[in-house]
Every structure is written in structure tokens, then in C-alpha cells.
Design a protein around this ligand. Structure first.
Ligand code: ZN
Length: 176
């Protein structure tokens, strides 16, 4: 698990080794500089986010039993743990209620605003896409989902997608 950034914060010449910090600047002596404080906070957030990413994936995959929430595809190599609200947003927590297991195509469609999910867990497809005529992926893999409920949700109620988080994403989907 590569971690970035990494800081060399000291040299221990006698042991012929360096001291490495993987968690930002927290081992440096504070200088009360506001810039350093902002950097410190940023690095802390970054390292927490990066370390949590694989944990988030495994939690979401377990909750959805390795299936795409939208189409129920069951191949982990084709599945992502998608954030309902993206992790750079303040509400974009790395919790299962902010996650959806989605196959690659439905993840990309969700992030791109081609596919939306209402707070009642119904799938919506963008209007111009519904009007388009194309091959089987568009017809069966995307357009046919319009108006259907999510096919897979976690068995445990508090692991299901959070209505408020779904709504936050859905309002942006509607706005286009
Ligand atoms: Zn899918």
C-alpha cells in the first residue's frame, strides 16, 4: 500500500538510517505558521483518506455481497466501491451508507450524471440518453434500468444507502 507523501524528518547517522514520517508533518516542531497549519491539516486528511480507501472497498463489497447495486453483476474485478457523495465533499464519508457497489460502467455513468438514484433507491437515466438509439449496452445495460429499483441493497438496514446522501447526488443529477 503506497503512501504519499512521505517525509524524511531526521537522520540518525550512527545507525546509518533516516527517520521517515508517513503521516504528514505532525512530527515536526510546530512553528505557529498558519500555512504550516493548513498543510498539516491537508496532509492529515489525505493520509486518512488514502489509508481508508481499501477498507471502504472491502466494507462495501461485503455489504453488497460482491454485486452491482444497479444490475447485480457479480464479478469483483468489474466492480467498484462508489461514493454516493464524493470523498472530497465534507459529507463524503468513507462509510457504507455513503457507498454503492457498482460495476465499472454504472459507476462511470453515476459519476458522469448519466445515471441517477432517487432517495427511494430508484434508478433514473438522463433524458437525452433515453432518447438515443444504440446497441445492446445502451439499450439493455443503461436505458432499460430507468424507473427500476436498485436490484441489490445491503441486508442490514443501517448499511443501506443514506437517503440524504442519495438526494444530494440526485439533485445534482436533475440539475444536469
Ligand atoms: Zn452494473
Amino acid at each position: 500500500m503506497p503512501i504519499f507523501p512521505v517525509f524524511l524528518i531526521g537522520e540518525e547517522a550512527e545507525q546509518q538510517q533516516f527517520v521517515v514520517a508517513t503521516d504528514g508533518l505532525q512530527h515536526l516542531r510546530p512553528t505557529d505558521s498558519p500555512i504550516e497549519e493548513v498543510l498539516r491539516r491537508y496532509l492529515r486528511t489525505e493520509s486518512i483518506r488514502r489509508v481508508h480507501q481499501p477498507v471502504f472497498r472491502s466494507m462495501v463489497m461485503r455489504a453488497y455481497e460482491n454485486q452491482c447495486a444497479v444490475c447485480s453483476l457479480k464479478h469483483p474485478v468489474l466492480l467498484d466501491a462508489a461514493h454516493i457523495v464524493e470523498d472530497r465533499h465534507e459529507l463524503g464519508v468513507a462509510a457504507i451508507r455513503n457507498g454503492l457497489a457498482l460495476c465499472k460502467i454504472h459507476h462511470a455513468a453515476y459519476d458522469a450524471g448519466i445515471l441517477g438514484v432517487t432517495p427511494d433507491s430508484e434508478v433514473r437515466i438522463r433524458e437525452d440518453i433515453l432518447a438515443e438509439v444504440d446497441g445492446p449496452l445502451l439499450e439493455h445495460g443503461i436505458k432499460a434500468l430507468h424507473g427500476l429499483k436498485l436490484r441489490v441493497v445491503p441486508r442490514v438496514r443501517n448499511e443501506r444507502p443514506d437517503r440524504d446522501l442519495l438526494d444530494l447526488h440526485y439533485q445534482r443529477f436533475i440539475a444536469g
